[in-house]
Write a protein that binds this ligand. Structure first.
Ligand code: SAM
Length: 471
């Protein structure tokens, strides 16, 4: 800190005003919106991709202001841990002693300084104004001083200062360079195994905006027809998939969706649900079960295929509001929704096919949730694997001998994927199948027997899929 800057100790005081997106827009609506969302993420675990659009609508922010608000919110949320390291290097006291509203403001200011073309004086002055509105004028000097120190270097120079050496600490190096927590970078590296050379691509894919994929509901419309109507492209791997052109998110609200001919669904989710229906069965193939069905994406595809083949689907979901979403999504299909705990749903067993799309860390969908990579903690995984194992044991109990259990998570974390599945199948005495056979035409599926999809390889979420035949 230079001598003429004020001491940064005043930032410790709590914000006197209650934060919240409902305050009338200030003179700087884009940055105000961004800061309000960042505060809601910090204070009440809000999701940026849900709150920001709502807030832009409510405040009638559109055009360039909306684009700026989106860039600043998503960019700052994604880079949060890296920004914190840089801000910490500009403080003469621990980062955790900085008041939360001030820290959110500093992150927003640092992001503008390091990753946008906004002139530094504008980035600093606008941030000081915003934080002063929130926390009072006593913090202005602190915010100004810290941001001026951040602005002394560009991002590259900060990275050179903060990044561990690539040779001695390759994971720490890439974690900082791609703004990921180290434990997430390590989990990706372990899942990629000796193909760790892809690690950088895998991590960088989390910063890319995913294309919108549609499901052409089997029996309702073909992928070719849907592509023609929406101006999209038939998906490369899923026979029911369509990729919308970039910026085509609004098409997701189109008539084909309202009329339930199609639904928004990542191609990876389509592929794993399809895989669950593909392996050959001896005997009956009529009773299907989706053990964790909410909000119903895969139940729609399974229910549509069940309707075509004459099967029925039971869909279990523990959370009543999510079960309701499954009911709405599967209306008109041969699907019965049950609000129950999948570990003991009280259903008649002997299902022919069971899909367990288990609750998971969601590390495979970080590109969809800008703040998620910093919110998740390694300890979450231990809790989740316990639940996943219990649900998998239940899935095997509910399946008839010779029937099929498909285990899916949207995560590449080995504890949630191979760890849970291999042990669960062993305990059930089940025969593990080579799931790659049920992803025809999909390249780079790895060494099997399970399948791990990746955004950087397949353009899908990082879905894991393993299949076993119950004995
Ligand atoms: C990964 S999501 C399923 C996504 C869904 N298959 C789809 O494609 O839309 C996991 C779901 O499991 C539900 N869940 C969590 N614990 C459960 C339990 N013990 N029994 C049943 N459902 C549970 C969650 O509420 C959540 O809706």
């Amino acid at each position: 800190m230079t001598g003429r800057q004020r001491r940064p100790d005043r930032g410790r005081r709590p914000a006197p005003r209650k934060p919240g997106p409902r305050r009338p827009p200030a003179q700087d609506p884009a940055r105000r919106a961004a800061l309000d969302v960042l505060r809601a993420i910090t204070e009440r675990d809000a999701y940026a991709n849900l709150l920001l659009p709502e807030l832009l609508r409510e405040r009638r922010i559109s055009g360039r202001d909306a684009a700026l608000a989106t860039e600043l919110t998503y960019g700052t949320a994604r880079a949060q841990g890296l920004l914190d390291e840089i801000i910490a290097a500009c403080l003469d006291r621990p980062l955790k002693t900085v008041d939360r509203v001030v820290l959110d403001g500093l992150r927003l200011g640092a992001y503008q300084l390091l990753r946008t073309r906004i002139p530094p004086h504008a980035a600093v002055a606008s941030t000081v104004d915003l934080v002063r509105e929130e926390a009072g004028s006593h913090v202005s000097g602190f915010v100004n001083a810290v941001l001026r120190r951040v602005a002394e270097k560009d991002e590259q120079s900060w990275l050179e200062q903060l990044t561990p050496d690539r040779e001695s600490d390759p994971i720490g190096h890439l974690a900082i360079r791609t703004a990921h927590p180290r434990w997430v970078a390590r989990a990706f590296a372990e899942a990629l195994g000796d193909k760790g050379a892809e690690l950088e691509a895998a991590l960088r894919a989390d910063d890319e905006r995913p294309a919108v994929h549609l499901l052409a509901k089997p029996g309702e419309i073909s992928a070719d027809e849907l592509a023609a109507i929406t101006g999209g492209d038939v998906a490369p791997y899923s026979p029911y998939g369509v990729h919308l052109p970039s910026g085509g998110g609004d098409l997701a609200e189109s008539e084909v969706i309202r009329e339930r001919l199609a639904a928004v669904q990542d191609e990876g989710s389509q592929l794993v649900a399809l895989a669950a229906t593909k392996a050959a069965l001896e005997g009956a193939d009529e009773r299907w079960l989706d053990l964790c069905a909410g909000p119903g994406g895969k139940a729609v595809l399974l229910g549509s295929l069940a309707a075509v083949s004459g099967a029925t689907l039971d869909a279990v979901e523990q959370a009543p509001h999510r079960a309701k979403l499954v009911e709405e999504a599967t209306e008109g299909l041969p699907v019965t929704v049950h609000v129950a705990d999948g570990r003991d749903p009280g259903l008649e067993p002997r299902y022919d096919r069971v899909l367990l799309d288990a609750p998971c860390s969601g590390l495979g969908a970080l590109r969809r949730r800008p703040e998620a990579r910093w919110r998740r903690q390694p300890s979450d995984v231990a809790d989740l694997t316990r639940l996943q194992s219990e649900l998998l044991a239940s899935a095997f109990r509910l399946t008839r001998p010779g029937g099929l259990v498909t285990y899916v998570v949207c995560s590449p974390h080995l504890a949630e994927t191979d760890g849970v599945f291999t042990e669960g199948a062993r305990r059930a005495g089940a025969e593990v199948l080579d799931a790659r056979e049920f992803f025809p035409g999909v390249p780079a599926l790895g060494d099997g027997p399970a399948v791990q999809l990746w955004p950087h390889r397949h353009g899908t979420d990082a879905m894991f899929c393993a299949i076993a035949r119950a004995r």
